[in-house]
Design a protein. Sequence first.
Length: 157
Amino acid sequence: MKFIADRMLGKLAKELRKLGYDTVYYRSENAYSLIKLAREEGRVILTRSAKLTPKRPEDRIVRIMEDKPSLQLRELIQVKAIHLDEEALFSRCLTCNMVLHEIPRDEAEGKVPDFIFYQQKDFFRCPQCARIYWRGSHQDHMKKRIEELFDKPAASG
Ligand SMILES: [Zn+2]
């Protein structure tokens, strides 16, 4: 499942990238080209707008009702648009949506804080923005939060 999030859903786009989902953040207001891009790339449209409706059978649009990103994720879980894939967690750049590449440890030296370099074994780099990522306590914390989100039974419906 690949997504395209409308301009109201930038935070949700980042949350989906954390989960490993290929998610384009669409900043323009042009609904026509949003739908066109979604069709071309086979993406599910995530929108806050009630005006955006499917025009063709292949158009898949999920209208997001909640304001908070964590509740928006819950909405997607409830309609079974997303599931938890532990392997895919933190595999993408949160800014660029690119899949991260593992790099040799010595390439991270000097590019991350020293204490991180000495603590961590594995480093990953975004091929687009060159930002370096590592698995650390911040990711453990996020993972716990994500797992809780998926485990919680639906409040209603
Ligand atoms: Zn990047």
